[in-house]
Design a protein around this ligand. Sequence first.
Ligand code: AMP
Length: 290
Amino acid sequence: METIHTVAWMKQVASAARRDERVLGLVPTMGALHEGHLSLVRAAQQQCSPVVVSIFVNPKQFGPAEDFQKYPRPLDRDRALLEALGVDYLFVPSIEEMYPAGFRTRVVVEGLGDRLEGRSRPGHFGGVTTVVLKLLEIAQPRFAFFGRKDAQQVRIIEQMVGDLNLDAEIVVRPIVRDADGLALSSRNAYLDAEERAAARALYQSLDAVRRAVARGERERTQLLTALRKVIEQEPKVALDYAEIVEADTFEPVGNLRKTSYVLVAARVGQTRLIDNALLEPAGESFLVTL
Ligand code: AMP
């Protein structure tokens, strides 16, 4: 595996791959890699060569009161994990490399980013789209791989790619979970033992929605009541938001009809976690994927 630190060299590698008609796959991450990230890498390797993994803790997507400083950066460990998987290139630009003095541009997808995560984390999605557009321009991937864990982020990135006629195709992969259901996240490392146990409530709240849907419940308010009941039983978990939105518009549903997401965000101690389930119509019923 070759580690690349500069934009110029990453562009050279990408241009050479394109010239040789190779199918470059990009997996953008903020590092502190876990099985969720590695599942994206494996998916990329199935379909692409070379595979580039980027690790960049992007300051523009953190709010002033958020965890940018303390975000974990175990780079040697990450490098070893990627090396073991046989990744071709690791792109780890510095902040100055990505945002040199005088940088002034911000990419904003209107509408989709002003609610849910966007409302709880003002400016977050503008930071995400700005860095993702840069990464897509720098690495010029045919395919870029993202996790459904960040469902709103994926929807916004897909919108940007379409609106700006970008060449990359966005591939969305399932959520990888721990044995007890908790979605893997780099932020899970912040949880102490009690918080880790309590964090399971996020998964369980989505599972409660799944069971309600299986019973035939279709009404948004009823489904969210089932979700909230589970969260409220866990004193260490404070709900930030819970919502059911249509997958294409990210507008709250009335009754469940089309492909939708149940989205949940909550604080466990000081740590903010998100999770979601995908609801897809399947004949008379719905297929619910956690
Ligand atoms: P991050 O490092 O948190 O920016 O995440 C990098 C990519 O990994 C994003 O596309 C995430 O959606 C994805 N990801 C994070 N956690 C998971 C997970 N548990 N399962 C699948 N993908 C994930």
